[in-house]
Design a protein around this ligand. Structure first.
Ligand SMILES: [Zn+2]
Ligand SMILES: [Zn+2]
Ligand SMILES: [Zn+2]
Ligand SMILES: [Zn+2]
Ligand SMILES: [Zn+2]
Ligand SMILES: [Zn+2]
Ligand SMILES: [Zn+2]
Length: 427
């Protein structure tokens, strides 16, 4: 047994030497009482790592040997990083925290030192990451750019018909509705017009569609392809001309019957006519400088199937009233129902010239009437030749009287002609 082996070692001559000056030491001087030394080394102690959890306890002289194996005693890191690590933690240190440990990237498999691996994580090109466009795909970091540009379902691609950009997963749905996408012509011509041009194609361009002749309204019944129509138009100008001319004739006839219908509708069947004479001053001036200027009223009837009458007016007078009076007459015109009527004409006729005074109470109309004399030829049934003569009042109203009251107002005069079936004079 070599006590205090830590402090002394045996030299080549078998003597203990001190590590301080390496001079031989007298054994008897160092251990003056071997018995008491024996007692100390035999005392029972705990391991110096008792507090950290080591349960070892034995004689002091066995402590050194224990420390060589004590799990809690710190030793230099086996990877020589310089750290002192308790034996019990060495495994963990070497695996997880030693900066000199060796480790492999779980994605690319490359080996790194501990500190380099920490930097590598988050940058490894082989690590799968989610696509930043949120398409749901997971691709290795080194392939993300290629994915976004070439494969990602959320990348924007232009519609090949309209050029608008859509995500790759919606562009084909758009194409099914795209207004610029070509669609086959329903008339089965070879054209494939864009969807928004299909109507125009069918209307104006489709060679397979059938079209009507331009002269259809004139009665041409031709129907055929655009091409055939061109030929037809060239070949049928004579026929078309005849159709158009016949159409013009038909329309002229229609116009005529419309005119007479309108005339019938506007005919007065009431037996009373209020005749409005406008531009009075100009008409009077004309009557004064020309001889025999006669104004005639629209024709009117005593009833729907009655006598046809017309009033006549000489502003500058006629016969006895010439140049001093205004003369009025009534004429019996040949009417459609004359054959059924009683002759001679025996109705009372009255003429009223209206005073257009603004206060009606003070208005004073001029009224003249007569009962026809049955012997007068004017009241016999008129011949087809209209009678130039009428019957009436050559001196109906004097020019002087015309000036006194408001018979002419705003250059307009109103003359009423009324026919009464009774023979009593009507006013
Ligand atoms: Zn221990
Ligand atoms: Zn280490
Ligand atoms: Zn890696
Ligand atoms: Zn993607
Ligand atoms: Zn489109
Ligand atoms: Zn077509
Ligand atoms: Zn035609």
């Amino acid at each position: 047994m070599t006590p205090m082996g830590l402090l002394f070692k045996v030299n080549s001559e078998g003597l203990f030497t001190s590590p301080v000056n390496a001079t031989p030491v007298d054994y008897a001087k160092i251990y003056p009482d071997p018995e008491s030394e024996k007692a100390i080394m035999g005392s029972v102690v705990y391991c110096i790592h008792h507090k950290e959890g080591c349960q070892w306890s034995d004689e002091l002289r066995k402590l050194k040997a224990h420390l060589n194996t004590c799990k809690h005693d710190a030793v230099l890191c086996a990877a020589q990083c310089g750290a002192m690590i308790p034996r019990v933690l060495m495994q963990d240190h070497l695996r997880y925290t030693c900066p000199r440990r060796r480790a492999n990237c779980e994605h690319c498999g490359k080996e790194f030192s501990g500190s380099a691996l920490e930097e590598h994580q988050g940058n490894c090109g082989h690590e799968p990451v989610y696509c930043e466009n949120k398409c749901g795909a997971k691709v290795q970091r080194r392939h993300t750019q290629q994915h976004v540009q070439q494969h990602c379902s959320k990348r924007l691609v232009p519609c090949r018909h309209c050029g608008q950009r859509y995500t790759q997963d919606t562009v084909s749905a758009h194409g099914a509705m795209c207004s610029r996408a070509p669609v086959p012509c329903p008339q089965r011509c070879l054209a494939a017009p864009a969807r928004d041009e299909l109507d125009a194609h069918l209307r104006d361009h489709c060679p397979s569609g059938s079209v009507l002749c331009t002269y259809k309204d004139a009665g041409c019944r031709f129907k055929g392809t655009r091409q055939a129509l061109e030929r037809h138009t060239e070949e049928s100008s004579q026929q078309h001309l005849a159709l158009v001319s016949a159409l013009a004739t038909r329309q002229a006839r229609q116009l005529e019957s419309l005119r007479s219908a309108v005339a019938r509708l506007s005919v007065n069947y009431t037996g009373a006519l209020v005749w409005r004479i406008s531009d009075w001053a100009a008409k009077m001036a004309e009557a004064k400088c020309k001889d025999g200027v006669e104004l005639v009223s629209p024709a009117f009837y005593t009833s729907q199937y009655g006598y046809k009458l017309q009033a006549s007016l000489f502003l500058n007078g006629n016969g006895a009233g010439e140049a001093s009076h205004m003369s009025v007459y009534i004429k019996i015109l040949p009417g459609e129902y004359d054959a059924l009527l009683r002759w001679p004409f025996a109705h009372t006729v009255s003429f009223t010239l209206f005073d257009q005074s603004s206060s009606p109470d003070r208005a004073c109309n001029i009224v003249e009437s007569f009962v026809p004399d049955p012997t007068w030829k004017n009241f016999q049934r008129p011949s087809k030749e209209p009678d130039a003569l009428g019957f009436g009042f050559p001196r109906f109203v004097s020019h002087e009287m015309l000036k006194k009251r408001n018979f002419v107002k705003d250059d307009v005069m109103f003359l009423r002609v009324k026919v009464d079936p009774s023979k009593i004079v009507a006013v």
